[in-house]
Design a protein around this ligand. Structure first.
Ligand SMILES: Nc1ncnc2c1ncn2[C@@H]1O[C@H](COP(=O)(O)OP(=O)(O)OP(=O)(O)O)[C@@H](O)[C@H]1O
Ligand code: SF4
Ligand SMILES: [Mg+2]
Length: 339
């Protein structure tokens, strides 16, 4: 397979740039503003983790990038999604479809519902090469085996004719990774790729994904709940809350000194070996309903640091440091409190 080399630094390496993205779902219960001004970017060779509680808009943002928002009831109502500088949202449907297959791939949590149950995994992999690269039947079959070996499916040659249900959950997720890698995309979006697996298998699959990302110098958007996973594999992190990005930072800096009270709460609610015996902190309350997001800072009803201004004025993303932003009126105080 082709090996990529790192490109030049700077804007030429920027793969994906999401700017002020808005997505809403028009339902009988009202308009749910699932994505409410999200901005983040990913460079070639970089892993960006997207973290946030359930319902914060992580998956819907990814669906908008892929052009697979469930519509109706979902609509992209504003913003830009630039891939290598070109806006996917204004691109023709055919061109976008081609890009989606070959340049941007997505891995979902649930392999069983993403794979075709009545086709062997070999046939599904081979199909990609036949359609995109116009390969012969024999060549595409050989490529399928090669890919299965690449994602370390034991006895790939013998198993290439097996059906998805004949594989374990971890092996199925490896097959999903193989499908995503098949056309050597520039960018992979992995939405909770290991959540459905046992803990030990989770680590193996995540290690494999991280290894392949490095080897192919791909951009990787890794959507996850798991702060442990983030620490191990991500370069940068975007923390989402109620359809917004509240903090972005290089992972180490964010762990050492978060600049947003929500991030602080997330970090404090993770068990740590060096804090054994101490009670775990839980962020009080629940995320807001997306049909009635609170005025001002959407986190204010749960924030231990909230002041009057937080109830009325929405905090814009402030530049904390190069490559770091925080959407909090009191980011300086939050940062200093970590010292
Ligand atoms: N098909 C849909 N119809 C109506 N509303 C939807 C639909 N899909 C998503 N939503 C709304 O968008 C919100 C955000 O959903 P999203 O799937 O992006 O959350 P998430 O951050 O990925 O959460 P999780 O961690 O649980 O996967 C949901 O809470 C829901 O209100
Ligand atoms: S703006 Fe106010 S309510 Fe929002 S996170 Fe910062 S301190 Fe808390
Ligand atoms: Mg999700």
């Amino acid at each position: 397979m082709r090996r990529h080399t790192a490109g030049p630094a700077g804007p030429a390496r920027r793969l994906l740039e999401i700017r002020d993205l808005h997505v809403e779902f028009r339902t009988r219960d009202g308009v749910a503003k699932a994505v409410n001004g999200v901005s983040y970017s990913v460079d070639a060779g970089e892993t960006l983790a997207v973290l946030g509680e359930s319902g914060s808009g992580k998956s819907v943002t990814a669906q908008a990038v892929m052009g697979i928002v469930d519509s109706p009831p979902g609509y992209v109502t504003g913003g830009e999604v630039r891939f290598r500088g070109r806006d996917l949202l204004t691109m023709g449907a055919e061109e976008r479809r081609r890009l989606r297959g070959a340049k941007i791939a997505m891995i979902f949590q649930d392999a069983l519902s993403s794979l075709n149950p009545v086709l062997s995994v070999g046939a599904q992999l081979a199909e990609l090469f036949r359609v995109h690269d116009r390969m012969s039947r024999a060549d595409s079959r050989a490529k399928a085996v090669e890919l299965m070996e690449r994602v370390r499916i034991p006895a790939a040659k013998e198993r290439v004719g097996d059906y998805p249900h004949q594989f374990s959950g971890g092996m199925r997720q490896r097959i999903m990774i193989a499908m995503a890698l098949a056309l050597e995309p520039d960018l992979i979006i992995a939405d909770e790729p290991t959540t459905a697996l046992d803990v030990t298998v989770q680590a193996q699959v995540m290690d494999l994904l991280a290894e392949l990302q490095r080897e192919y110098n791909m951009g990787l958007v890794l959507i996850t709940h798991d702060l442990g996973v983030v620490a191990d594999v991500a370069d940068r992190i975007a923390v989402m809350y109620a359809g917004r990005v509240v903090e972005t930072a290089p992972v180490r800096e964010l762990y050492k000194r978060p600049a947003h009270p929500y991030t602080r709460g997330l970090l404090d609610s993770v068990p740590r070996l060096d804090r054994k015996g101490r009670q775990l902190y839980a962020i009080k309350g629940l995320p807001p309903s997306l049909t009635a997001v609170p005025a001002g800072c959407p986190f204010h009803p749960r924030c231990p640091r909230a002041q009057d201004i937080c109830r009325t004025d929405r905090p814009p993303p402030a530049a904390v440091a190069p490559g770091r932003t925080s959407a909090c009126h009191f980011w300086k105080e939050t940062l200093d409190a970590n010292r």
